[in-house]
Design a protein around this ligand. Structure first.
Ligand code: UD1
Ligand code: CA
Length: 468
């Protein structure tokens, strides 16, 4: 039996942020979510998150995760004090406790499994995760004998100059036999430089304790400031991109592409340069996204192309072409084989199959059938200044250039809207609607008395009645 506890009560002063450190986002998930995610690998019976600084925010942000229990650490008196708060919630618990830092998001599930296995195979009282760091400054240093049995952990600030030379550091990730830890927790003293209760002291009281090195030291890098957040993002992006390329996705110029961990891609997807895939996005086989596109929380079916466009919270049917310079948002849904082209914005619009809007349009709060053709410059006037209204357009209807459909309005099937119309009333199927002022032509008409009207040079080329 394994319980997991995540230390997430600290403020993270060096982030210089209003947001608690563990809620900062790294590629689509908060730092603490990453940690909880990798913890799932050990199938814990308890998932405890120790919260303190702005705990309401941390609780709210994790409320969708099942079975997370929150433990309040009202005052942040150190990592040992944080774990002391578990004495109540874990009273009588017989298993092992895995302690994770909420600010170490790159930890791999396999590493935790290895840590736990070593711990259980050797019957240790505690097993700690360590790493050899090129630059160990700031971390607690770990001293072991030749069998990886712990002699001592010394915090950076308490190290002698000789001890500081040790590059083996404490990752802040531990496995404890809970009964043993619970016995020593009440003995912690805050008699150190920071006057904090150190969890590392509890480790020093226990035996036998072993240390296990992480295979890749990048896994245990903690986030304390924005620079480290950016560095972690880079490590994570490399992991994500390597993964997708191995599964058959082409990334053209990977360095210019970003992909959230929450995104799903199918084989033979091609991602072009300067493209960003975020949130709960799914891209199905054979689609080509980019260059220069942002897709977030959207599902793109097979063979979709998106070129220099933004797609948010929308679904796009197979073979549909989007862009260049289109914007889909607000839960728009496009059928198959559609074409949404240059400077077209769709908001909460539902389109059937093979419907086109190729140039310069706004379609908001609109439902379009199959094979509709939206002429250049067609606008749905969906907002009367107070409320939004819907426009409904039947199959095979065509709107002329520069028409305005004033919602609420319904056009039937096979309707033709004359160019420049302002349609304010419903139109039945199989009809032509012309809703514009009639063109008036007055033959032989000339502007008279232009001087009196203030025109300085009535004979100039600017005079429309006297074209050059
Ligand atoms: C800790 C370790 C250090 C290790 C390093 C790895 C101790 C005494 N030292 O140092 O050996 O090398 O982690 O990153 O444990 N937290 C609470 N409540 C508190 C204090 C901290 O929940 O009262 C949380 C923080 O939010 C953070 C984590 O514990 O997620 C680590 O705390 P931090 O103060 O950053 O410890 P370090 O000084 O980095
Ligand atoms: Ca830290």
């Amino acid at each position: 039996m394994v319980a997991v506890a995540v230390l997430a009560a600290g403020r993270g002063t060096r982030m210089k942020s209003n947001l608690p450190k563990v809620l900062h986002s790294l590629g689509g998930r908060s730092l603490v979510e990453w940690v909880l995610n990798s913890a799932s690998a050990v199938e814990p019976t308890h998932r405890l998150v120790i919260v303190g600084y702005r705990s309401d925010m941390v609780r709210t942000s994790l409320q969708s995760l099942p079975d997370v229990e929150f433990v309040e650490q009202a005052e942040q008196l150190g990592t040992g004090h944080a774990i002391q708060q578990l004495l109540g919630p874990l009273e009588g618990f017989e298993g092992d406790l895995l302690v994770l830092n909420g600010d170490v998001p790159l930890l791999r599930p396999q590493t935790l499994q290895t840590l736990l296995k070593t711990h259980q195979d050797h019957g240790n009282a505690a097993t700690i995760l360590t790493a050899q760091l090129p630059d160990p400054r700031g971390y607690g240093r770990v001293f072991c004998n030749g069998q990886n049995q712990l002699k001592q952990i010394v915090e950076d600030r308490d190290c002698t100059p000789a001890q500081k030379q040790n590059r083996r550091i404490n990752a802040g990730i531990y496995c404890f036999r809970w009964a043993d830890l619970a016995r020593v927790l009440p003995q912690l003293k805050a008699d150190n430089d920071q006057q904090e209760y150190y969890l590392t002291d509890a480790v020093n009281y226990l035996s036998p304790v072993m240390a296990v090195d992480a295979e890749d030291y990048q896994e245990i890098l903690g986030i304390n400031d924005r620079k480290q957040l950016a560095a972690a993002y880079e490590v994570m992006q490399t992991r994500i991109k390597d993964y997708w390329m191995a599964t058959g996705v082409t990334l053209i110029d990977p360095d210019s592409i970003t992909i959230d961990d929450t995104v799903q891609l199918e084989p033979d997807v091609i991602i072009e340069p300067q493209t960003h895939l975020r949130g709960q996005t799914v891209v199905r086989a054979g689609s080509r996204i980019g260059p220069g596109s942002l897709v977030e929380n959207s599902e793109l079916a097979e063979g979709v192309t998106v070129l220099y466009s933004v797609v948010s919270d929308s679904t796009v049917g197979a073979g549909t072409r989007v862009g260049p310079y289109a914007h889909l948002r607000g839960h728009s849904s496009l059928g198959q084989g559609c074409r949404i082209g240059n400077f077209v914005e769709l908001k909460k619009a539902t389109l059937g199959d093979r419907t086109n809007a190729a140039h310069l349009s706004y379609l908001g709060d609109a439902t379009l059938g199959d094979r509709v053709n939206i002429g250049a410059g067609t606008i749905t006037a969906n907002y009367d200044g107070v409320n939004k209204h819907r426009t409904v357009i039947g199959d095979r209807t065509k709107t002329g250039s520069n028409s305005v459909l004033v919602a609420p309005v319904t056009l039937g099937e096979d309707v033709t809207v004359a160019a420049g119309s302002v349609v304010t009333k419903d139109v039945p199927s199989d009809a032509l609607v012309v809703a514009r002022a009639k063109q008036i032509v007055k033959s032989g008409w000339r502007l008279k008395g232009a001087k009196a009207a203030g025109v300085e040079d009535p004979g100039s080329e600017a005079n429309p009645a006297n074209p050059a």
